[in-house]
Design a protein around this ligand. Structure first.
Ligand code: FUL
Length: 449
C-alpha cells in the first residue's frame, strides 16, 4: 500500500499542464457564429452565410474586456455544430467567404488572433467535431475534412495556446454517428503546436469537470485513473492494491481521484479539470439575457481557480460584433473584485514555521504568527504541484489564545491552489496536514483580509 501511495503522490504534470495551471488558469470562451443571428444555441447547418455580418466587429474591445477581468486568453469558436467557419477555410464554402462581412474578405479568427497578440494575451480555438453541414459527416472522409480544417487553424494563425474539443456527436446524412479520430487530431496539434494544451471530456491535458454551469467539486484531484482520462497517454503505472472495474466512472462523479477509486486503477494520469460556464444563460448572444451577478461570478472564480481547476468563462459577442456593454461592465467589476481581494498578503513577512509530525513528513503543522490580530477572509494554499498532488486531509486552525485551537476549516484536497473563504479574527493561523500520500509539499500559504 505504501508503494502505491508513493507512486500516486509522484504523478506529475507535463510542462503544458504546468503552464496552464500557473499562467492560464482563467480565460475566456467566445461563442460567435450564425447562431448569434438566429437567436439559437445549436444551428441546423442549413443557415445561409448571408446572415453573418458583424458590421462593428471589434476584437480589440473583446481583448480589453477580457483583460479587465484578469483573464489571459481567448478561445474562439472557429466552427460550432452548425459547421459555419469564421475563417477563410479552403475546405468548404460554408464559411465567412460567402458572407457580406467585408465583402467576403473577412476572417474573424485572424482578427481575434491578431487582437490577442496586440493585447498580450493568448489565442486558442474551439473547432466543433460535430458538424451538421458537412456532407461527409458520418463517414471516415469527415475525419480527413476535420483534420484539414484543424491544420489550417494550427498553421496559419500564429501561436495557439489551447484547443478545445467538444464531445458532442450526432448522425450524418447517411444516418451514421461519426467516429472521431481523436488520436489523429491530437497528433496534428502536437506536431504543429507542441506547446498548446488540449481539452476534451477525457483529456489529454485538461479534462471536462462534468458540468457547464460553473459547479465544482469539494475535492478536486488532478491525479485521476487513466480509465477516466484515456486520451492522456502519459500513464504512471501503479500496482493497484485492489482489482475492479472503473468503467462506471464519468466526469460528473463526485470522487474521481479519491483513494477509494484510484485503488482500483491500473494506471494514473495527471489531468486537471476545467470548469466552464457562460457569463449569461446561453453560450451564444440572446439580447434578452442578462449577465450573471458579480457574486455568482466571483464565487465561481473562488471555487474553480481556487479549487485546483482552470476556469473558462464565456462571453458572447452581439450580432454587430462587440461585447454587450453590460458584460463589459461585469467583467471589469469581477477583475476589480479579484484584484482588490488578493492585493495584500497578510502573511508576507510573517513568521512561518513547520513542524513535522511523523517520519515520512506526510503529517505536519505549518504555523503563521502575525504581528497583530487581523480579520482574515481568505486563506490561499498551494502545493508544489510540479511534484504531484498529495494532500488528502487537512485543517485550518486559528490558535490565538481566545480562539483556543478553533478549527475554522476542515478539508480534503489542496492541489495547485485552494482558496478558502472564512471569517475569523486572529494573530495566529495554522495549517495542519492530517493526511498526505507522501511527504506533504506545501509551496505557500497566503492570508487575505
Ligand atoms: C457544448 C455545446 O453543445 C454547447 O453549444 C457549447 O459549445 C458548450 C461549450 O459545449 O457541448
Amino acid at each position: 500500500m505504501k508503494d502505491f501511495l508513493t507512486a500516486a503522490a509522484n504523478v506529475r504534470p507535463s510542462k503544458i499542464q504546468l503552464n496552464m495551471l500557473n499562467n492560464h488558469n482563467f480565460y475566456a470562451f467566445v461563442h460567435f457564429g450564425v447562431n448569434t443571428y438566429t437567436d439559437m444555441e445549436w444551428g441546423t447547418g442549413k443557415e445561409s452565410p448571408a446572415i453573418f455580418n458583424p458590421v462593428r466587429l471589434d476584437c480589440d474591445q473583446w481583448v480589453k474586456a477580457v483583460k479587465s477581468a484578469g483573464m489571459t486568453g481567448i478561445v474562439l469558436t472557429a466552427k460550432h455544430h452548425d459547421g459555419f467557419c469564421l475563417w477563410q477555410t479552403r475546405q468548404t464554402e460554408h464559411c465567412i467567404r460567402n458572407s457580406p462581412y467585408k465583402n467576403g474578405k473577412g476572417d474573424v479568427v485572424r482578427e481575434c488572433a491578431e487582437a490577442c497578440e496586440r493585447g498580450g494575451i493568448k489565442f486558442g480555438f474551439y473547432l466543433s467535431p460535430w458538424d451538421r453541414n458537412a456532407p461527409s459527416y458520418g463517414s471516415e472522409a469527415y475525419n480527413d475534412y476535420y483534420k484539414a480544417q484543424l491544420t489550417e487553424l494550427l498553421t496559419e494563425y500564429g501561436e495557439i495556446f489551447y484547443v478545445w474539443f467538444d464531445g458532442a456527436c450526432g448522425e450524418g446524412p447517411n444516418g451514421k454517428k461519426q467516429e472521431y479520430d481523436f488520436d489523429g487530431y491530437i497528433e496534428l496539434i502536437r506536431k504543429y503546436q507542441p506547446n498548446a494544451a488540449i481539452f476534451s471530456d477525457f483529456g489529454p491535458d485538461i479534462r471536462w469537470c462534468g458540468d457547464e454551469q460553473g459547479s465544482s467539486r469539494y475535492a478536486e484531484w488532478a491525479v485521476v485513473p487513466h480509465e477516466l482520462c484515456h486520451r492522456n497517454k502519459n500513464i504512471f503505472p501503479v500496482n493497484p492494491p485492489l482489482s475492479g472495474d472503473l468503467s462506471y466512472m464519468y466526469n460528473w462523479d463526485h470522487n474521481i481521484g479519491s483513494l477509494s477509486n484510484i485503488m482500483y486503477s491500473k494506471g494514473l494520469v495527471f489531468c486537471p479539470a476545467e470548469v466552464d460556464m457562460s457569463i449569461r444563460k446561453g453560450w451564444f448572444y440572446h439580447k434578452d439575457e442578462e449577465p450573471h451577478s458579480l457574486k455568482r461570478l466571483f464565487d465561481t472564480y473562488i471555487r474553480t481557480v481556487g479549487g485546483n481547476c482552470t476556469f473558462n468563462l464565456n462571453i458572447p459577442p452581439t450580432p454587430d460584433g462587440r461585447f454587450d456593454e453590460r458584460d463589459v461592465l461585469r467583467l471589469k467589476e469581477l477583475g476589480d473584485k479579484i484584484r482588490s481581494t488578493f492585493a495584500v498578503n497578510l502573511a508576507d513577512g510573517a513568521e512561518i514555521s513547520r513542524r513535522d509530525i511523523n517520519e515520512d513528513k506526510s503529517q505536519c503543522e505549518i504555523s503563521i504568527k502575525l504581528e497583530k490580530k487581523q480579520k482574515i477572509s481568505y486563506v490561499v494554499i498551494k502545493e508544489e504541484i510540479e511534484k504531484g498532488q498529495r494532500v488528502e486531509g487537512f485543517q485550518i486552525i486559528s490558535d490565538s489564545e481566545e480562539n483556543n485551537n478553533y478549527r475554522v476549516f476542515e478539508g480534503t484536497t489542496i492541489g495547485n491552489m485552494r482558496i478558502f473563504p472564512l471569517s475569523v479574527e486572529t494573530d495566529s493561523m495554522m495549517l495542519r496536514v492530517i493526511s498526505s500520500r507522501s511527504e506533504a509539499l506545501i509551496k505557500s500559504i497566503e492570508l487575505y483580509a
